[in-house]
Write a new protein. Structure first.
Length: 146
């Protein structure tokens, strides 16, 4: 667990994960469960499913959204733009999660107001390290503001 923040201090933390690939869901969920079993994960296969969930009045708003860049229908960057245009969702940090990273994709992602762009990992160990760094950055900065 990263230093400086704790789930016990913050209460329940939930995140959302959007990817059209079942294998990627397995890798992400495995890494999250091993490293951060207290975090509640909501998984979706399309942007539309995520948006429907987020617009339900009693749905918990996630602290963070992970989204595949390449998805059928609404791409990750289109989905980020849609999220940022919904008042109650505009503050959500969205991490674009992709198998490859090139400069044009990175620029498109940041221009669409994504919080981060990270490369998918085939190693659960490496993904756990990346998640720990990212959660520390996000949750420590929010603890300071709260």
């Amino acid at each position: 667990m990263p230093t400086g923040w704790s789930i016990k201090k913050r209460g329940m933390i939930c995140i959302c994960y959007v990817d059209d690939d079942q294998d990627e869901h397995f890798i992400f969920e495995s890494a999250l469960q091993e490293a951060f079993p207290e975090i509640k994960l909501f998984s979706f296969f399309t942007c539309d499913d995520l948006l429907a969930f987020l617009k339900v009045e009693n749905s918990p708003l996630p602290e963070l959204v992970f989204m595949d860049y390449n998805m059928p229908g609404a791409s990750g960057t289109k989905c980020v733009t849609t999220i940022k245009n919904v008042g109650k969702l505009a503050h959500l940090p969205v991490v674009i999660y992709s198998t490859s990273i090139d400069l044009a994709m990175r620029d498109e992602t940041y221009n669409g107001n994504a919080f981060k762009f990270i490369e998918k990992q085939s190693s659960i160990f490496k993904l756990k390290e990346i998640l720990a760094e990212l959660f520390s950055e996000v949750f420590e900065s929010r603890s300071i503001r709260s």
